[in-house]
Design a protein. Sequence first.
Length: 303
Amino acid sequence: MNDLAIATDNLSKHYGRKRALNRLTVEIPRGGIHAIVGSNGAGKSTLFRLLLGLAQPSSGRSQILGRDSGALTPELRGRIGFVNEEHTLPDWMRVEAVKAMQQRLYPQWREDIYREVLGNFDVHPDQRVGELSRGERAGFNLSLALAQSPELLILDEPTLGLDVIAKRAFLEALMFIGAEQGGTIIYCSHQMEEIERVADNLLIMERGQLRSMSPPDEFRARVGYWIVDLPGNRPANDEIPGLLQARRIDDQHHLMVIDAGEHLQQFLRERGARVHSRQAVSLDQAIIGYLAKNHRTPDRNAR
Ligand SMILES: Nc1ncnc2c1ncn2[C@@H]1O[C@H](COP(=O)(O)OP(=O)(O)OP(=O)(O)O)[C@@H](O)[C@H]1O
């Protein structure tokens, strides 16, 4: 047994000419809550499918709990929980029957967690799964996954469609599993405020590659927001060290920069600039600024 929850080595997945994963190499240690963020289409769901052996890589390798993804045994699968945004559950079965089935399958079943999370939804045990609303379905699926207390829980956009109260209950259950039970949770989300609250580790993916991995606070501290007066012509964006975003407001330049520090200060000195303020940014702003830099924009000449 190694101490990694997942590991990939130059993992690629192509769909025709499309590259969903591009030689991705990443290692996530066991324990804690790891959040993966990225723009739409960055490859997050593809990574999960390959890790779980639900799709084959075009090249490269991946391991989950120390085993190759292509050779997962039923015993090992039983130690991994997976919830995706589609919330695939048997529509024709009643809630109680699904729960009883899961309870038999998982020896570590935590009835208290199941009740705690599901208690946020008006779900009756004798309702059929197909009758549940979208949010109820998501809540039911999450209560099942959390109650299994799996060694590794992989969640693909788990809180999509949940109301704020249900979201809070889910996040609390997540933290309980991560912190008190020593499990590993890997999840992807577009909800930054959730990540700030629960994640120990933040991974940023872009175009099938890993761009950054660190505790969320460390990532946030790399990004700064400067307001400066720049005499003369405005420099080209690629001249400004670490620039993520530039805006001009009331004759002042507002610069969001990453890892800029000394280089930026030197650049500003050489330009005779005056720094009005240098501010910290929220995690939300830091991630959005970072992703926006390389975000695809419509090609307006392509008509
Ligand atoms: N079965 C498929 N056939 C063709 N292309 C696919 C297939 N599955 C994924 N892709 C493409 O691969 C890329 C990565 O998709 P993926 O679903 O992994 O992204 P994601 O990061 O989970 O995105 P989102 O945040 O939008 O859910 C996308 O450009 C997508 O269009």
